[in-house]
Each structure stands twice: as structure tokens, then as C-alpha cells.
Design a protein around this ligand. Structure first.
Ligand code: EPS
Length: 387
């Protein structure tokens, strides 16, 4: 592992922290650049009241000096503005006062019950605070640094929402460098205006009914040379690492690389991407059903990751549950939440994919300062040309 990060922070605590280790020295990065991605994560039609309170801004506490990384651990901090409203309930100091009403009615689909049982917590707030997707704020901050790193080698990581509830967009055939910009212009990060309209209507009606919606987003990574990841060991495979990262994102329940599930229903001859060679261009494929990964390694084509996110589990019209004290049947707890956070999830997915690829890219190239990594990258590209 060349890169690693660790996050900390509760949803309504003082703030969120991430420590990133392993980035080479001399990578240009500013808080403003990271903030652009934090703002993208906050958007999306269907978000709840919390996003009106927060304006996520990162503070760089270590590892960067005068606009460049030092090679030392980078610490990023994002303050929770909402903490001012929660200080009494969330204070780390001992207090004999009651911390509001304990949350006793676990929400089906959330971490509440399993977490309460595992950690012996009778106020389920002690579980939900950390399980909340609020934590993804600093994962996006980490991803923003990874994206900046990858961009200096011509690798772009972009995403869009392919399907929201039953509103299904068409497959993207040509992936250009402005895909993210176009998705960002849509309130649901969809590329097709007609489908976008339907998606917005679906969110409106889910909101009216006290319900929630999920869907599918896609991440595209272009500019990757072949050979990122490795076939030799299970935990070095690019697809395995991407799937783990995606499934670690709150509410994600499914991942496929390329046409993963569709390919499972076809003959091999209909699935595998035939290999061609052209002088100057090198080896290439005319199709990309493998989603840019073969044998756990990038194969030079666009890496395509498709991710299924379930609807948010906090419902205004709650589902059936059980009071953990009285053991009586009761409706699950409701507290402010989002109707749909899929557009935000696509931005988070982008960040997590960027992190995984940056890690494996650094593992392949090596180097402790940017110029060194660049020289090694050029050497590798030369090797590919001569092969
Ligand atoms: C989130 C902040 C949360 C939720 C959402 C994600 O804020 P609050 O709980 O104060 O409304 O909006 O979290 C969930 C959907 C969840 O189930 O935990 C954020 O910053 O993304």
C-alpha cells in the first residue's frame, strides 16, 4: 500500500478529520481546489435541511507548505457548522444531564440495530452519528488530492448518475473530458435532460409520500496506462480494490466493472474484447465490455465502475421496528434526512475510485517527489511503446 488514509468525526460532532499519508512531495494543492469537490458533494436535488446549514470548507492542518505537499502526512479538517446546535447533546465532556431523548427505535436498513447490539449502546445515536454519510465529506477531500495527483499524469476521474429510481439514462458511448462539467450542471447529475426531468419528478413524489430513492451511478477513468493493479495477489487487483472502496460507501449494495452482470448471461465469444495492434497506438480493443480491467489490471481502455445505491433508510413515513427497551412493535425513528443523495454519492464514488487508482499508480511507479514519479512514469510509457 503506497497511500493510506483514516477519517474521524461524528455527523453532529465538532467536525471531520482525515489524515492522508504517502503522497509524494511537491504536489501543488490548495484548500480552494479541495473545496470545489466538497461543494459538488453538497449539491443534488433531493437533499435535506442539513446542506442548507453546512458550507463545507477544508482547513489544511499539516503536510502542505506554501501550496505544495511536503511528503509528510496531510491533515484535513472540516468544521461541522451544525455542531453549534448540537453541542449540548454531542459534547465529549462528562455531563450528568440527559443527552436529549435516547434513540430507541432502530431504522430498518441503517446501522442502528446491528451497531447497538455490537457496541452495547442503548442510545442508538451513538451508532448513527458515525454511520452517517456525513463522514464522506473528508473522503471527498482525500479524493480531491488523489484526483489532483492523477491529473498531472493525464488521468481523469469523472462520474454521472445513470439511473435514479426508475428514471433510466442511456449508456454513455463517448467519454470526453467535459463529462463531469455537464453532469454538474444537472440537479441530479444526469446527462439526458428528459430523464433528468423524470428523476426530479420522482424525487418530488417520493418527498410527498415521506419516502426515499436510490439508483445507479457510473465512474469513468480515462488516461490510465495498462498495468495498474496486479494479477499476482488478491489484494493487489484493481477491480477488487475498486469494489471494496465502492461497497464501503454508505448505502451502496452493488458494484460491477464494465458490463459485469450482462456479460454473465452471454457466451464468451460475445463478451471478451478482441485485441488489435496499430503502429504508434500500440495494443487496443475496439470494444470495452471488460470495463478497462483484465486480470486485476488496467488494460489501457477506460475503466468503468457502475454502482448501485439503495434508497436512504431514514423515512419520514417510517417502517415497522421494535423499541429496544420495551420490545414493543413501533414505527422506526425519523430525523431530518435526505430524500435522495444519489448525485452526491456519484461525486463520492469518483473520489474513492481516484484514491484507489492513485494508490496503485504510485505502487507501480514509485517515487518520493513529483518529478521522480513523472520520470518513472515516462520510462514506463517508453517501455510500453517498445514492447
Ligand atoms: C449528510 C449529512 C446528514 C444527512 C445525510 C448525509 O445530516 P443530518 O443527519 O444532520 O441531516 O443529511 O446522512 C444520511 C443520509 C444518513 O443516513 O446518515 C452529509 O453531509 O452528506
Amino acid at each position: 500500500m503506497s497511500l493510506r488514509f483514516l477519517t474521524a468525526g461524528e455527523s453532529h460532532g465538532r467536525g471531520l478529520v482525515v489524515i492522508l499519508e504517502g503522497f509524494p512531495a511537491e504536489l501543488a494543492i490548495t484548500a480552494e481546489e479541495i473545496n470545489l469537490d466538497l461543494a459538488r458533494r453538497q449539491k443534488g436535488y433531493g437533499r435535506g435541511g442539513r446542506m442548507l446549514i453546512e458550507k463545507d470548507q477544508v482547513e489544511i492542518l499539516s503536510g502542505v507548505r506554501r501550496g505544495f505537499t511536503l511528503g509528510s502526512p496531510i491533515t484535513l479538517f472540516v468544521k461541522n457548522k451544525d455542531y453549534d446546535n448540537w453541542e449540548k447533546i454531542m459534547t465529549p465532556d462528562f455531563s450528568p444531564e440527559k443527552a436529549g431523548n435516547p434513540l430507541r427505535r432502530p431504522r430498518p436498513g441503517h446501522a442502528d440495530l446491528a451497531g447497538g447490539l455490537k457496541y452495547n449502546q442503548r442510545d442508538l445515536r451513538n451508532i448513527l452519528e458515525r454511520a452517517s454519510a456525513r463522514e464522506t465529506t473528508v473522503r471527498v477531500a482525500a479524493g480531491a488530492v488523489a484526483k489532483k495527483f492523477l491529473k498531472s499524469f493525464g488521468i481523469l476521474v469523472q462520474s454521472h448518475v445513470r439511473q435514479l429510481g426508475s428514471a433510466q439514462g442511456r449508456a454513455v458511448v463517448a467519454i470526453d473530458d467535459n463529462l463531469n462539467e455537464r453532469a454538474d450542471r444537472s440537479p441530479v447529475r444526469m446527462l439526458d435532460r428528459k430523464v433528468e426531468k423524470k428523476a426530479v419528478q420522482l424525487i418530488d413524489s417520493a418527498k410527498d409520500q415521506g419516502d426515499t430513492l436510490g439508483g445507479i451511478f457510473e465512474v469513468f477513468m480515462t488516461g490510465l496506462p495498462p498495468g495498474i493493479g496486479s494479477h499476482v495477489q488478491w489484494d493487489r487487483k484493481l477491480d477488487g480494490r475498486l469494489a471494496q472502496a465502492m461497497l464501503s460507501l454508505q448505502a451502496v449494495k452493488g458494484v460491477e466493472i464494465g458490463e459485469g452482470f450482462k456479460n454473465a448471461t452471454l457466451y464468451g465469444s460475445q463478451v471478451h474484447d478482441e485485441i488489435f495492434y496499430q503502429r504508434g497506438r500500440g495494443f487496443y480493443h475496439k470494444t470495452n465490455r471488460a470495463g478497462g480491467i483484465e486480470g486485476g489490471m488496467s488494460n489501457g481502455e477506460t475503466v468503468v465502475v457502475r454502482v448501485a445505491k439503495k434508497p436512504i433508510s431514514t423515512l419520514r413515513r417510517p417502517l415497522q421496528s421494535v423499541d429496544i427497551e420495551t420490545k414493543q412493535e413501533i414505527k422506526a425513528a425519523y430525523e431530518r434526512s435526505d430524500v435522495c443523495a444519489l448525485p452526491a454519492a456519484s461525486v463520492i464514488g469518483e473520489s474513492l475510485c481516484a484514491w484507489v487508482v492513485a494508490d496503485l499508480f504510485l505502487e507501480k511507479m514509485g517515487g518520493d517527489f513529483m518529478q521522480e514519479v513523472t520520470q518513472r512514469f515516462k520510462l514506463y510509457l517508453n517501455h510500453l511503446k517498445k514492447f
